[in-house]
Design a binder for this molecule. Sequence first.
Ligand code: C5P
Length: 228
Amino acid sequence: MSRAVVVVAAGSGTRLGIGDAKAFVPVAGEAMLTRAVRTVLTLAEPTVVVVVAPAARLDECRALVAAVAGPAVDLTAVVTGGADRHASVQAGLDALPDGIEWVGVHDAARCLTPAAQFDAVFTRARETGDGVVPALPVTDTVKRVEGDVVVETVDRSALVGVQTPQVFPLARLRDAYAVAERSETDDAGVYRAAGGTVRTVPGDADAFKITTRWDLARAEALVATRAG
Ligand code: C5P
């Protein structure tokens, strides 16, 4: 097995305001984490899954992963996350078994990411040997501000919003995390700061991150559409 996905699910979800670890919040009756893990386990190429969970929810997380994995449960592991996403990703990378060449880091909160998006990033990473992230063009007009004063309009033609999974050669991502500044907010930032090249493939609107209650409502509507 040469590839793995680390699903980071140890965030608190404060902005969702539900008072629960976000990845355990149900979307149309099923936890975000269940939905995210199921997608990875249904990929055509067998993929190791490491879930990074809050310390207080490890047993619950193991049960949830076992239920969705079924006979594929030996492809999965659950480990304790850290105080921030950076620490959680590192914990996931540390837990990967030997022999993994390519790793995708995926936010559990992007639980409706289509399987095709996983295939696209892994395929492009193998083709190029580089890090690869899914990206969408920015559609809003973007301003730089100082306080509440607009200073300039930023040229959005050169801007994209990035999603997950973000895929990298594992050895180089581990090295990058070993020297990374914690100010980087995603894996691509960590990888690039260490000198790696990161490319993009087209993202998918369905891979949005559930952060607010509005996002949750949007996710539930999307599940209803898919079911219909
Ligand atoms: O907070 P935010 O939505 O940006 O988190 C993105 C992803 O990182 C989520 O899936 C969340 O569970 C995960 N995370 C984590 N450990 C943390 C903070 C966030 O695994 N300490």
